[in-house]
Design a protein around this ligand. Structure first.
Ligand code: SF4
Length: 145
């Protein structure tokens, strides 16, 4: 099995502390993080992903489908590709092991990959989580290189 994630959720997962749009959204997000923590790889996709899934049923016009959010994906993909020196694009599989997460979190905290966060309502929370050394985040992704 793989966890299907759109590009900007590769950033959002770094600061996830159990907060989100609705109880169903966070319950689903919690399960996804558990899967990642148990070693399931990520498949990068375009458009709504496994994290978006509950919102597609809850919202009349899910923001997950908007051009604004697709633009967020594009910015995240560009920034992560540059930072990791490895293409982050649809169809790519990656395993978010601990070293990769540390690298991504360092870049995020340093503002290197935050172009996708412009205009996001969760921006101050994510900034605060990163500034506090990612205390309380749920994604750990086990061990390994
Ligand atoms: S600010 Fe928004 S886009 Fe950026 S990591 Fe947080 S939730 Fe994701």
């Amino acid at each position: 099995m793989t966890v299907r994630l759109r590009a900007h959720h590769l950033l959002c997962m770094l600061t996830y502390v159990g907060r989100g749009y609705s109880p169903a959204f966070t319950a689903n997000y919690d399960r996804i993080v558990e899967r990642l923590n148990s070693g399931e790889p990520v498949l990068v996709i375009e458009g709504p992903d496994d994290i978006c899934s509950p919102l597609l049923n809850e919202e009349a016009r899910p923001h997950c489908l908007s051009a604004r959010v697709r633009e967020r994906d594009a910015r995240a993909a560009i920034a992560l590709t540059r930072w990791l020196d490895d293409p982050v694009e649809a169809g790519r599989r990656l395993r978010p092991h601990r070293k990769l997460l540390e690298r991504m979190r360092t870049a995020f905290a340093g503002g290197k990959t935050r172009q996708a966060c412009l205009g996001c309502e969760w921006r101050s929370l994510c900034s605060s989580v990163a500034a506090n050394g990612y205390a309380g985040t749920l994604l750990d992704a086990g061990s390994g290189n």
